[in-house]
Write a protein that binds this ligand. Sequence first.
Ligand code: 3H9
Length: 675
Amino acid sequence: MTGPITTHRHGNVLVIVSDNPPVNALGAAVRQGIESAVKEGVVDDTVHAMVIRCDGRTFFAGADITEFGKPMAEPVLPILVDMIEAADKPIVAAIHGTALGGGCEVALACHYRIAVPSAKLGFPEVKLGLLPGAGGTQRAPRLAGVPLALEMCAKGDPIAAKRALDAGLIDKLAGEDSLEADAITFARGMIGKPLPRASHKTAKPDPQAVEAFTKANARRFRGFEAPEANIACVVKATEVPYEEGVQFERQQFMELMMGVQSAAQRHIFFAERKASKIDGIADDIRLRDIKKVGVIGAGTMGGGISMNFLSAGIPVTIVEMQQEALDRGTGIIRKNYEATAAKGRLTAEQVDKAMGLLTPTLDFDALADCDLVIEAVYENMDVKKEVFTRLDGIVKQGAILASNTSYLNINEIAAVTKRPQDVLGMHFFSPANVMKLLEVVRGDKTADDVLATVMALAKKIRKVAVVAGVCYGFVGNRMLMPRQVEAMKLLMEGATPEQIDKVHVDFGMPMGPFQMSDLAGVDIGWHRDPSRIENIRDALAAEKRWGQKTKAGWYDYDDKRNPSPSPRVAEIIDEFRKKSGATQHVVTDEEIVERTLYPMVNEGALILAEGKAQRASDIDVVWIYGYGWPVYRGGPMFWADTEGLKKIVAGLEKHGFDVAPLLKAKAEKGERFTA
Ligand code: 3H9
């Protein structure tokens, strides 16, 4: 047999093996191979049982997503899994790695499942805007009950083998190194016994669990179509026979598949993976060894940055100027870890282990032997230059020197050192231990291996890294600026902060520009002179309306930080409106979208044309992982494509914006930014 599926015999057991790197996706050749192997097993009288397993790093990780949206070659997965289940000889799925999506569906269609303890099972389809479309939503509740099926299908997080065993999703744990042998022994033991078929079982209705689950996850599911469809399918499994349920599932699956949300989420799946690839740098470039990291500054940012490395088992030396600041910073790191432990997501030993890797010090010279030093001090060019000059004189040659600046020019910072090739930007997003995005800023002189090392390191500390070029605010903050400018103008023309924020929240953002300002601090970047009032922000800051931290900002806040519209802010806005002489009009929600979101797309087009982002999909990744752009809209550039670039251009022109030449050209040619 050629192709990804091979078979071999162990006496009366036929072992069917898939070898389709990297993740054994169930593409056409794999499906065809499994079909003919199972048929071979069924007709061969000397075969009494079968085992299906995979070579390489994982059991089938799902349908081949690259085939979606194209005509599907036979056999399609739903037919294949039913054929597996219908076989009249025991078939055992032998699972290692991750049995995901269609892979998990193949496993549930087998009569039995055996897995190594490190294996995981899951239905991540919902994260692609889909649902398990090959019987998964029908078999899972029949095998494991409604609550677990809901959790797996509608949330998409995989579960560990032990939990799957306890829940009845798998039948046995195998030895970590003896999966095939254990599966064969298990299969032999089942010969001649009645065959359990998941689709023949019934799933008990559990309306209370459905209601509680929906309620508990309302926030998480806001705006998404797929979770609801997943829930509906699981419920259907409790109401109708399998054949009917699976038809419902199929119809729901197709609807989601044809929709914009799934296209957006699939775009982001591939965009995230593409982002780690650096144009013009070979995949096999030799990387520098990063065994020890230095962080300068134990403030919120420095502490958060340090935690990423500590959690990944990489020792960190953290430097501060004052003992008090050092103690405070270290204390916060410990508190954060302990809070995670209290939620059961870390053990006390893991907390101790992470803290044990931290060396707090006031001695700058302690950074000498670090392989990477990240500066996270005050955002001021002179201060940064001073720090880098000092670092240059202390840190060993070959080490990487990084700045966590969110706006400043990395080339200028690098120029104060004698090793600009070792300098780059590592722009973490706050809170740095939580936010997934890392903008890696490539200076003009940054060496290829330095960039590649940091991109690889990002993966190790579980960040999604995107390469950005040197420009004010890089990709993310640069695109934020036109949004802020327009939001302020809209206030002058008659909109309220509440209205503008609501439009953004309704669009799917976690918060609008004014809510964001209140969270970050209205006083950030303020000149700190209460007598100098040049704009509304100055007026707010002068009255100590600094945002949530002072319980007053663009909104008023109660003790639980619940916001309410502020009459005082309305007064201030009114005063400025009068002073500005801006023409007042009724600002519609549509105008807010056109004037705050379209300019972001415009800025994105400039960024692309200037080569400050490698590809449009990288810009989308920045906005999804750094700013909470709704993933079901695929990021600003994908969203612009789905809206239609002609519409975006017309909207920008209507409001008098200069349209970026690249955006205009693409619109005229009927092209898109994303594939
Ligand atoms: C489904 O099953 C629908 C069915 O219910 C119904 C059908 C009718 N297809 O993530 P990595 C590529 S929907 C195609 O870096 P890791 C990926 O793009 C599917 N390609 O590795 C990358 O390519 P490249 C449900 C795939 O070790 C390479 O493999 N399943 C697929 O960090 C390595 O990926 C899922 O949603 C795929 N299904 O993580 C699972 N999966 O090297 C999606 C991966 O060119 N996959 N690739 O950039 C994952 O979650 C992770 O890849 C996995 C490994 C955890 C498996």
